[in-house]
Each structure stands twice: as C-alpha cells, then as structure tokens.
Write a protein that binds this ligand. Structure first.
Ligand SMILES: Nc1ncnc2c1ncn2[C@@H]1O[C@H](COP(=O)(O)OP(=O)(O)O)[C@@H](O)[C@H]1O
Ligand SMILES: [Mg+2]
Length: 241
C-alpha cells in the first residue's frame, strides 16, 4: 500500500519546551489513523506541522511522496491536504452551498466554476447537507456545523484529510453519525488522520492508533493492542486525563 503521508523525525521546540521529539509516523492510502495522547502530548502541534501552520525545527513531512515541509498551508491544500478544525470557521453570512463553493474554487486553482459547482453538489450529498444548502452558515445546529466543517475540507478535494477533535461537544448519538460520515469520506477515496479524545470514537473509527506522550510516540497499532499497553495506561492515569 502507498504511504500518502509521512512524518519523519519531526521535532518542534517552543522556547524551553520540546513539544515534538523526532516524531515519525505514516498514513497509508485508504486508512483511518487516530493520533491520541493526554493533554499537552503534542497532538495539535503535530497537526499544525503537517498542515503547515507551524514550521518544525527538524524532520520532514511528505505528502504523496513529495516533501512539503517548507510549503505554505495554501500550497499544501493545492497538493491535496485538507484540514477540518475543532472550532468551525465558516463565512456566517454565506449559505452552506456558497461556503463550499469558496472551498471548491480556492482549494484547487484552475478549477472551473462549473466543475466546482458540480463537486459541491456531491459534497452536499455525501455530508447530508443538501436540505440545508440554502441556509446561512451562521444558523446551523452544532451537528450541522460539524458536517459543514467536514464538507468545507472535502470541497478542496483532499487526498489526505486531517481532523482535529471535530467530534468535540457532540452527544454520543451525534458522534455516531459523525463516525459514519468520516467512514463515508474514507470510502470515497480520502485517507484520514484524526485527533480525538473520545475513546469510543477512536475505537469505532481508527484502523490504527498512534499514541503520543510528552512529544514522543510511545505506542502504535490497533486500538485494542495499544489500549492494553502499560506505557499508554500510565500516560493517561499519570495526568488524570
Ligand atoms: N504556541 C505555543 N507556544 C508555546 N507552547 C506551546 C504552543 N503550542 C503548544 N505549546 C505547548 O506544547 C505542548 C503540546 O501542546 P499541544 O500540541 O497543544 O498538545 P495536545 O494537542 O496534545 O493537547 C504543551 O505543553 C503546550 O503547552
Ligand atoms: Mg490539542
């Protein structure tokens, strides 16, 4: 299987704090990978380095075999890296459809308006937002907000999608729906790397799990395997997370 995303020996320092210590991991084509770990483990920092919001002090990030470590976030989006945030940031005055059209037009330069419009209709269908296509993005429910955030990321036609705690705040039933949606996204051909602290979501969704603690990878494998590991249990218990 092809590695669509590779992180090799990435380190990131904030003043005196080494937030990432030579972190290496990869994402296979068609895979759903969870990155978990206690608060402060370095998960968001890792996602920011992958998406280009932060420059690492060492190491390399590759997307579809190509080094992207020195590229801007926009350039990474154009190459097929999508990202959805925990805090949803749509343009509230624009309709759901218009928000997606913005993503579809700017995510891939050179996309015609016609192609972008057609793709937006597919994204609306995939994310279950067709009925809300005309609604102003500022007037959605929390669950619809999450759907829109995923839809906005999808609108840019990513090959790899990064999700940073997108299920936060959802009730269990809603989280189940969001899990099903992420599976549909994967089945449509997008590989997914997600950060999540809700363990039922991790267990239900992840093909494989990487555990970070104090900026280091301390375990890797199927959920059932890593959840049993002493080092992982200690990392969580030790900080009451
Ligand atoms: N911009 C920043 N400046 C200084 N320290 C930061 C910054 N961002 C994160 N940190 C620190 O880096 C460590 C990892 O943070 P983070 O990646 O947010 O962890 P997680 O997402 O796993 O909770 C924490 O100790 C945090 O306080
Ligand atoms: Mg975080």
């Amino acid at each position: 299987m092809a590695r669509v995303l590779e992180v090799q020996g990435v380190s990131k320092r904030f003043l005196g704090l080494l937030a990432l210590k030579e972190v290496s991991l990869h994402l296979e084509e068609g895979e759903i990978l969870a990155v978990i770990g206690p608060n402060g483990a370095g998960k968001s920092t890792l996602l920011n380095v992958i998406s280009g919001l932060l420059r690492p002090d060492g190491g390399e990030v590759r997307l579809l075999g190509r080094p992207i470590t020195r590229l801007s976030p926009e350039a990474r989006t154009h190459l097929g890296l999508g990202r959805a945030f925990q805090i949803v940031q749509p343009l509230p005055e624009l309709s759901v459809r218009e928000n997606l059209l913005v993503g579809a037009l700017f995510g891939k330069p050179g996309t015609s308006k016609k192609a972008a419009e057609a793709w937006v209709e597919e994204v609306l269908a995939l994310t279950g937002l067709e009925a809300r296509a005309e609604a102003p993005a500022g007037e959605l429910t929390l669950l619809e907000d999450k759907r829109l955030e995923l839809a906005r990321a999808l609108a840019t036609r990513p090959r790899v999608l990064l999700l940073d705690e997108v299920m936060a705040g959802l009730r269990p039933k809603e989280a189940e729906e969001a899990v099903a949606l992420v599976r549909r996204i994967r089945d449509s051909g997008v590989s997914v790397l997600f950060i999540e602290h809700l363990m039922p979501v991790v267990r239900a969704l992840a093909d494989r799990v990487v555990v970070l603690d104090h900026g280091e990878v301390i375990a890797e494998g199927p959920y059932e395997k890593v959840a049993r590991e002493e080092r992982v249990r200690e990392a969580y218990l030790g900080r009451g997370a």
